[in-house]
Design a protein around this ligand. Structure first.
Ligand SMILES: Cc1cc2nc3c(=O)[nH]c(=O)nc-3n(C[C@H](O)[C@H](O)[C@H](O)COP(=O)(O)OP(=O)(O)OC[C@H]3O[C@@H](n4cnc5c(N)ncnc54)[C@H](O)[C@@H]3O)c2cc1C
Ligand SMILES: NC(=O)c1ccc[n+]([C@@H]2O[C@H](COP(=O)([O-])OP(=O)(O)OC[C@H]3O[C@@H](n4cnc5c(N)ncnc54)[C@H](OP(=O)(O)O)[C@@H]3O)[C@@H](O)[C@H]2O)c1
Length: 246
């Protein structure tokens, strides 16, 4: 992997341990929304690095939406960074979690838990989802209300795109009148998800991206399978595209 120098421009804290780092990316090669880069910190000649979905399209600066894993190796170091600090960033992005690898459909479902929202932020900031799909539905499942980052940006999409856009926040550990209560697969099973989205999730009308907690991905894949929905492959078209964070 080729490493390039980068400087932290801004650290936005959404909740304790949940943050977005904006860093310079002068030598990062053009990439597609949804792809990931590696971030690295070098200390005592030792480099610690991990992959992160880019939460912005390619540009002079790039954003990363990160959660502090308390006993993790890299995230405590990333959490301690401040504007002006130096890090390293990989030159070339990777991954096929992109709209290019997503089938055409009437409705595009962007389903995430926690920081799995990151690649969707990048995609929503491009013209492609709005041009290709009649309706774009963002589902964000988190533990607490304070974990619902990027709400203002979601409000702005609602304002700009009206009924073409639906944002469905979901809280697993507290009640809120503006969010569904529970986990994503259960809300799919109960019919609540489709009721709030005001459209069906099925193999004829939907393309669905899933990103975040691997247990959510597995459960959703199995429930969508019961509806005849399968992973999308070039040689065997389906409806589901996945990004597994761990
Ligand atoms: C393609 C890809 C893209 C990724 N994009 C992001 C991203 O945009 N934002 C982000 O925060 N992480 C992302 N990750 C996870 C990231 O690479 C690290 O695994 C994570 O930051 C933990 O690193 P660590 O060294 O602190 O913990 P480690 O010492 O490596 O411990 C890893 C453990 O932390 C937990 N964990 C890892 N990531 C998460 C997470 N996001 N949420 C909850 N628990 C987690 C799991 O239990 C995992 O086994 C991505 C991973 C992959 C493979
Ligand atoms: N503000 C923060 O988010 C924050 C801050 C500091 C540190 N941390 C640490 O970061 C780590 C990750 O926390 P996180 O909350 O971002 O991620 P997470 O544990 O993956 O939880 C995110 C959401 O996914 C849900 N989920 C878990 N398993 C699921 C499944 N099988 N199907 C559907 N949904 C499922 C969770 O529900 P449940 O609640 O039911 O599990 C929660 O609503 C933890 O170690 C945490 O202590 C988080």
């Amino acid at each position: 992997m080729k490493w390039t120098p980068s400087t932290v421009v801004q650290k936005k804290i959404w909740a304790d341990g949940l943050f977005t780092l904006r860093v310079t990316a002068p030598e990062v090669l053009p990439f597609s929304a949804g792809q990931f880069l590696h971030l690295a910190i070098v200390e005592n000649d030792e480099r610690t690095n991990r992959p992160y979905s880019v939460a912005s399209p390619h540009g002079e600066h790039v954003d990363f939406f990160i959660v502090l894993v308390e006993d993790g190796k890299l995230t405590p170091k990333l959490w301690n960074l401040e504007a002006g600090d130096e890090i390293e960033i990989s030159e070339r992005a990777a991954g096929s979690f992109t709209l290019k690898k997503t089938p055409d459909a009437k409705h595009l479902w962007l389903v995430s838990t926690g920081t799995g929202l990151a690649p969707y932020i990048a995609m929503l900031r491009t013209a492609e989802p709005w041009q290709r799909y009649e309706k774009v539905i963002v589902v964000h499942g988190v533990r607490h209300r304070s974990d619902l980052a990027y709400q203002e940006e979601m409000d702005a999409y609602r304002e700009q795109y009206g009924e073409q856009f639906a944002y469905i926040p979901m809280l697993s550990r507290e009640d809120d009148e503006h969010a569904l209560r529970g986990r994503i697969p259960q809300c799919l099973e109960s019919g609540e998800l489709e009721r709030v989205a005001e459209c069906e999730l099925n193999q004829d009308q939907s393309a669905i991206l899933l990103c975040g907690n691997p247990a959510m991905l597995d459960e959703m894949e199995s429930r969508l399978g019961e509806r005849g929905m399968v992973k999308h492959r070039k040689k065997a078209p389906g409806q589901i595209v996945l990004e597994r964070y761990w």
